[in-house]
Design a binder for this molecule. Structure first.
Ligand code: DGL
Length: 274
């Protein structure tokens, strides 16, 4: 696979919705001169209850969409897609691909802890990819995986203040705490939006948001591959969604202020070439 080397080509980020903005916002702060595209696949929310085949086909659609825009790299800012689709699609494109789980596992595995909880979507937990990736580097660590069924919907509907939703998150957290983990990974990019609830019931140092490690990894790797944009001008940004641009803008506010409404992309308008 030959990698494109035109450094001012854009970098594409994607997720099922606003979750990936927890990664994107950090990246944008660090490298404001990069040209960026963000795709929220809101027509298929939540990814966490989709099948592997469905998740692969959504990922291919978005990869092709980004490919048509000559990206130099794609950031899979979605744990569910990284766990279900990355392995199948990773060699099919002529740009770099950064999957969140696989890029962060080694760093997480080196944390000085013995008991690690993982909160993630049902599809991510079912895949077992978080555990297998971390255990590649640290076979001693004890891992407690837990699916969080409604969390993504709570975030996308901006329902963090609803008492019933607070109860759901609290109950899931209490179940996890029964395992006495030293740290818990927020293994879905939507979950940092729930930190105001989670930190009512546990110390904020209990939670690991992999976005920090992830962005650091991406920046170092772009640098290593001489892909960083040399221009010092502020980079362009375009945000796309496959449904409900207004709702996306409202739900995103906690992590990223979007000035104009995201562009709506009709899935049939892009030829699937892979
Ligand atoms: N934010 C995504 C993740 O990191 C997907 C959540 C979903 O749509 O279920 O897994």
């Amino acid at each position: 696979m030959s990698i494109l080397t035109t450094t001012n080509n854009p970098i594409g980020f994607f997720d099922s919705g606003v979750g990936g903005l927890t990664v994107y916002s950090k990246f944008r702060k660090l490298l404001p001169n990069e040209n960026c595209l963000y795709f929220g696949d809101t027509a298929h929310l939540p990814y966490g209850n989709k099948t592997k085949d469905e998740l692969i086909s959504y990922a291919r659609f978005i990869m092709n969409f980004f490919g048509n825009q000559n990206v130099k790299a794609v950031v899979i800012a979605c744990n569910t897609s990284s766990s279900a689709a990355y392995e199948t699609i990773k060699d099919d494109y002529n740009f770099k691909i950064y999957p969140i789980i696989q890029c962060c596992a080694q760093i997480i595995s080196k944390l000085p802890i013995k008991r690690l909880g993982i909160f993630a979507t049902p599809a991510t937990i079912k895949s077992g990819v978080y555990e297998s990736e971390i255990k590649k580097y640290n076979s001693e660590i004890k891992i407690y995986p837990q699916s969080c069924h409604n969390w993504v919907n709570i975030v996308e509907s901006k329902g963090q203040n609803n008492p019933e939703n607070i109860k759901i998150v609290e109950q899931d957290l209490l179940n996890m705490l029964n395992n006495t983990p030293e740290k818990i990974i927020l293994g879905c990019t939507h979950y940092p939006y729930l930190l105001p609830i989670l930190t009512k019931f546990a110390d904020k140092n209990m939670f690991i948001d992999p976005a920090e490690y992830f962005v650091d990894y991406i920046v170092k790797d772009l640098n290593k591959n001489k892909l960083l944009n040399k221009s010092s001008n502020i980079g362009n940004e375009e945000i796309f969604v496959s449904a409900n641009p207004e709702q996306f803008k409202i739900a995103s506010e906690m992590f990223y202020q979007i000035d104009k409404l995201p562009k709506l992309i009709n899935q049939d308008s892009i030829a699937l070439t892979k």
